[in-house]
Write a protein that binds this ligand. Structure first.
Ligand code: HEM
Length: 265
């Protein structure tokens, strides 16, 4: 919990750098691509198809965090690690098989540190019991990350998560290495990594931390100011989560609703 609180605080502080970075880069002709839309996703997508789907996931996440608050951090990170590799399609959840022995979840950025898989399994089981074959694992990952943010923020981060994603059928560890940024990346590399997914400098900075901000009096002041404006960071975090959760989503014929989140149908 302390670790997540520290992470959230550092994330909040980082927005201070954004303005400076943007101004500097704008001067250099830096291009920030448009943020992705919600790509056919819809708030309340399951309203008619499975009315209690979101409430069921939230209940499972609440119970899991009650047992182990730290797993909430894992669920937030899981959305990021899913969306940046093949889009938000639950490809990170697929287990190895003889035909596919090295899925994403075995790649070093995920293995062994990514956690929360069993919470997604429990949520899927509960949702399947209510509405078999209706709710995708990709949507469950997105709902779970939203719900974890809600509980870990003492309900300050509360937002609608559009849904309607389909689950992918492809997962390869090498793609996780291609797209998940290592901690050794410098600022330019991180911004480029996010831009490649249609996400802006602001979105990147919200999710990143850099103690060097505190070294400069100008950015340090911004850090303090930003940390002191109630709700400022939370509002941006909500928007950033929704944008990230729309990266390269599958909504047409290129996906499926998995029966089990760890295996393709
Ligand atoms: C921008 C580039 C990023 C880098 C280089 C990065 C790197 C890392 C690393 C190295 C860890 C520690 C993993 C371990 O326990 O060994 C971590 C944890 C974490 N990251 Fe990131 N991360 C990035 C972006 C993000 C984003 C976008 C999010 C959220 C949307 C996020 C959320 C988290 C969370 C919540 C944890 C703690 C996970 C846990 O305790 O289970 N990170 N990150």
């Amino acid at each position: 919990m302390a670790r997540l609180a520290a992470l959230l605080v550092s994330l909040a502080m980082l927005m201070a750098a954004v303005t400076a970075a943007r101004v500097e880069r704008a001067g250099a002709g830096f291009y920030t691509p448009p943020s992705p839309s919600t790509c056919g996703l819809k708030i309340g997508y399951y309203h008619d198809k499975c009315p209690h789907a979101e409430a069921i996931v939230k209940g499972v996440v609440a119970a899991a965090l009650h047992r182990d608050p730290g797993v909430g951090a894992g669920l937030i990170r899981m959305l990021f690690h899913d969306c940046f590799v093949e889009g938000c399609d639950a490809s990170v959840l697929l287990d190895p098989t003889p035909a596919n022995p090295q899925p994403e979840k075995l790649a070093p950025p995920n293995n062994p540190s990514l956690r929360g898989f069993e919470v997604i399994d429990a949520a899927k089981d509960a949702v399947e019991a209510a509405c078999p074959g209706v709710v995708s694992c990709a949507d469950i990952v997105a709902f779970a990350a939203r719900d974890a943010s809600f509980f870990l923020s003492d309900s300050r981060v509360s937002f609608d998560m559009p849904s309607g994603r389909l689950d992918g059928r492809y997962s390869n560890a090498s793609r996780a290495l291609d797209f998940l940024p290592p901690p050794t990346f410098n600022l330019g590399q991180l911004v480029a990594n996010f831009a490649a997914k249609g996400l802006s400098v602001e979105t990147w900075a919200l999710f990143t931390s850099d103690a060097s901000l505190l070294a400069s009096p100008a950015t340090a002041k911004m850090v303090v100011d930003n940390a002191n404006i109630p709700g400022w960071w939370e509002d941006r975090f909500k928007t950033a989560m929704v944008k990230m959760a729309a990266v390269e989503v599958k909504t047409g014929s290129n996906g499926e609703i998995r029966r089990h989140c760890r295996a393709v149908n």
